[in-house]
Design a protein. Structure first.
Length: 351
């Protein structure tokens, strides 16, 4: 009898412990686990589950002709050359309507759009919205694959990519979301055709087949490309400053020369630093251009796809961000040279 009681008591303890442990388990709910979205993988066609492309929005201009864009938006404020197969038509400089529309040189149709202004129709993405609100609308994946002209391309997004520039399948298009990770806000929306995405391949990747070849630019073409990126960096920087209630920076041609020479020297001499054994530090370079200043600062970068990517990169780096959004400066000179970039910020002593 005593032995039976012991067995019964033991079984009761086991049952109680089992029930207690089960009460500690958090079972999956019917809602998707947003914290685990980055572990998902898009299918071979890059399809993203549970996401409908809205009928209206700026994405509808993708594939339209140059004449249709001019009819809708008017004469572009500027046309910038790029190192890729399209030219940027720039509209809305200095406002929350700022947009860059990429017109393919061969087809004459829109192959990419960069929407930075808050007033643009970028639904379901809302520029200026908190990051988590955006993540709730579409799954953010760390592995994306698609096929282009018979070539299978698979992107592997690292932690920084997921925080700053995740990639989303958007119907027949692709969207790269640009986040201000420090400020926890969506900054801009970049629409790309599969051709542009395959050409730029802005993430770590593996592929089977042949990638599209980037055009080889001549010296004259590089001059135009560099100048276009200089002006885009100024434009994008000023829109970002406006968001943070900062005064717009004026263009400074002398600071531009100092910045350009530094980028060119870094590229040709294959180094990356603010200080140079050949041309000295920032002060020496500015003084060489006869700039007398109260305050000065510098941002440098290399090997970004273009002006958009490098400016968003600076915004998400704490030290570079300080210069980009500082009240200490009134003017900016940008120097781009073959994927090397320099921003020289100044406040002249005698404006």
């Amino acid at each position: 009898m005593r032995r039976t009681n012991v067995i019964i008591f033991f079984m009761a303890v086991v049952v109680f412990a089992g029930v207690f442990l089960l009460s500690l388990v958090s079972w999956p709910s019917e809602e998707p686990n947003r914290n685990a979205d980055h572990e998902m993988s898009a299918g071979q066609d890059g399809a993203t589950p549970g996401f409908d492309v809205p009928k209206n929005g700026i994405h509808n201009y993708m594939g339209q002709s140059e004449s249709q864009i001019r009819q809708t938006f008017g004469k572009p404020e500027r046309i910038d050359e790029t190192k890729y197969d399209y030219r940027w038509f720039v509209y809305g400089r200095g406002t929350e309507n700022y947009v860059q529309i990429g017109i393919d040189r061969k087809s004459g149709k829109v192959s990419t759009i960069y929407a930075l202004g808050k007033n643009l129709k970028t639904g379901p993405f809302v520029i200026g919205q908190a990051s988590q609100r955006t993540y709730q609308k579409v799954p953010i994946l760390d592995n994306v694959s698609f096929q282009y002209n018979g070539t299978k391309i698979e992107f592997e997004l690292n932690e920084e990519d997921l925080m700053i520039r995740p990639l989303v399948k958007f119907g027949d298009l692709w969207v790269q979301l640009n986040f201000d990770h420090i400020g926890d806000r969506l900054v801009g929306v970049r629409y790309m055709s599969p051709a542009v995405l395959a050409l730029q391949h802005p993430y770590s990747m593996v592929y089977e087949g042949k990638l599209p070849e980037e055009a080889v630019s001549t010296g004259e073409e590089w001059t135009a490309i560099n100048r276009g990126e200089d002006r885009e960096i100024l434009d994008i920087s000023n829109v970002l400053r406006m968001r943070f209630k900062k005064e717009a920076l004026d263009w400074d041609e002398s600071a531009h020369r100092a910045a350009y020479k530094h980028s060119r020297e870094m590229q040709t001499r294959n180094y990356f630093s603010h200080d140079s054994r050949w041309s000295g530090d920032l002060r020496a370079r500015l003084e060489r251009e006869s700039i007398v200043f109260q305050a000065a600062g510098e941002n440098i970068a290399a090997r970004y796809p273009d002006a958009i990517a490098v400016t968003i990169g600076w915004l998400n780096s704490a030290d570079h961000r300080k210069n980009l959004l500082s009240d200490a400066y009134t003017a900016l000179g940008v120097g781009s040279y073959k994927n090397y970039y320099t921003q020289d910020f100044v406040k002249p002593l005698n404006p």
